[in-house]
Design a protein around this ligand. Sequence first.
Ligand code: ZN
Length: 297
Amino acid sequence: MFQSSLYGGVEAGGTKFVCAVSDADGRILNEIAFPTTTPEQTLARVIAFFHQAPSLQAVGVGSFGPVDPRPGSPTWGFITTTPKPGWRDVDIAGILGRALNLPIAFDTDVNAAALGEKRWGAARDVDDFIYLTIGTGIGGGGMINGGLMHGLLHPEMGHIRIPHDHKRDPFPGACPYHGDCLEGLASGPAIAARWGAPGDQLPPEHLAWELEAHYLALALTNFLLTLSPERIILGGGVMRQRQLFPKIRADVRHLLADYVQHPAVLHHLDAYIVPPGLGQRAGVMGALALAMAVRRV
Ligand code: ZN
């Protein structure tokens, strides 16, 4: 029987890690998920998982960050200035590459998810799009002309400034760097701190979701006007609150005020601002897509 090439993928999240082995079509053969603890413990579990796998071509890592994704940089493959205890300046790609003796592809979690969505999900028909995760943090990545966005390092769409009406929302913001940046106002922990309960314990009609949709709509409008994406994909734990989607679309329509004359935003926002086609699998599938791309560069 023909043994097709196998690949490894690591969705390296701040809360949990997901590791998977797939064939070249992305069919998952084996998968494991475990909580993110110390770098030593967590990466040891990743290494043990892949040591059990048959010979792999490459391993892709989509990581929480900030990270250094610049090829040739002395700190390529590192998690850099994360406030997450113990994970600052961790050489995640180097540790995995040496232990597994395999090529490692490395990028942000959101760029990995974007690549997965391009290959198998909601971005198959477009070359310019953004992927945002709204969860423990807020991050954004995506593609321009079919290539993943990098630039200096990688986009940090979660840390933009948006209008903050202190009368409507006296919550000062939760970002350790900026206070009331987008992440500081609209991440999962910000919702929990503002309302005294995590989002998944708030009913769908709670005022929290109007405010959340408004903050996300402000951010999306800025990204839309700046980057002119052909689609905006919203993933992450907070976006499991599906009542947010119609609220965000309505608010974006209001904020744009018919200024952008394209049918996608004038008439088809329901197909323009969308959940990931791969659902909660976007991260790990994206990491596998990164691994498959490493051999082609
Ligand atoms: Zn911030």
